[in-house]
Design a protein around this ligand. Structure first.
Ligand code: B4P
Length: 201
């Protein structure tokens, strides 16, 4: 007799959402450990490529330094490659992706093809002035050109409202949107996020 192992497709896939500086990267790093998820930060993958002076990195840098989004086609291809590396795991925590409707549609298609889906989009809510304050503070030590001056930071926030914020509707329609207060200590915010994740079926 042969024993067939069924493909385990029950994954937890969290989209961590919010404007630049809302705490996505900070919280994703904590949550990936707590839930044993693979953390994919498109910003980090771009920065890795910039550091290694790859073609992708050089191209991305020209957009990132100005506070603009990197074009969808490149970002989506890169994300797909990252997801495909880890399909055997418990799931993903997406940090900084999707940022446009085209990216959200591509993510849906990619996960559906693997028999899984986005479990929830959790948005960290923080007012603009505090975002600017946090990013300027990080800019003092991060060496990130996009954190270095207020003009670029304000442009990133503007791009968020113009191109990214609409994704709330995309996930609201699917009953997958959860808003969380992103102001408070890092630990307080982690606990708010865990309360949402723990009640996902
Ligand atoms: P990202 O790397 O995603 O950068 P970000 O929006 O600034 O968020 P990040 O996760 O780094 O910051 P966090 O809120 O954790 O994107 C950078 C650029 O890459 C984009 O502008 C774009 O050009 C490009 N890009 C990335 N993804 C893309 C995509 N999908 N499509 C197209 N282009 C893309 O933290 C911010 C600061 O706040 C930190 O210093 C942190 O210590 C602090 N902080 C966090 N939580 C706090 C708290 N509770 N209290 C006080 N401070 C806190």
């Amino acid at each position: 007799t042969q024993v067939y192992k069924l493909k385990e497709t029950k994954m937890t896939n969290i989209v961590l959402f919010g404007p630049p500086g809302a705490g996505k990267g900070t919280q994703a790093t904590i949550l990936k450990e707590a839930y044993n998820l693979k953390h994919i930060s498109t910003g980090d993958v771009f920065r890795f490529n910039i550091k290694n002076e790859t073609e992708l990195g050089m191209m991305a840098k020209s957009y990132m330094d100005k506070g603009q989004l990197v074009p969808d086609a490149v970002t989506i291809d890169m994300l797909k490659a990252e997801v495909q590396k880890d399909l055997d795991g418990n799931g993903f925590i997406f940090d900084g992706f999707p940022r446009t409707v085209a990216q959200a549609e591509a993510l849906e298609e990619l996960l559906n093809d693997e028999g899984t889906e986005v479990s929830a989009m959790i948005a960290l809510e923080v007012e603009d002035d505090l975002l600017v304050q946090r990013l300027l503070e990080r800019g003092k030590t991060s060496g990130r050109p996009d954190d270095a001056n207020e003009e670029v930071i304000r442009r990133r926030i503007k791009v968020y409202y113009e191109e990214t914020a609409i994704l709330k509707q995309f996930y609201l329609k699917q009953n997958k949107y959860f808003g969380v207060n992103g102001v408070g200590s890092i630990e307080e915010i982690t606990n708010r996020l865990k309360a949402v994740i723990d009640q996902l079926s």
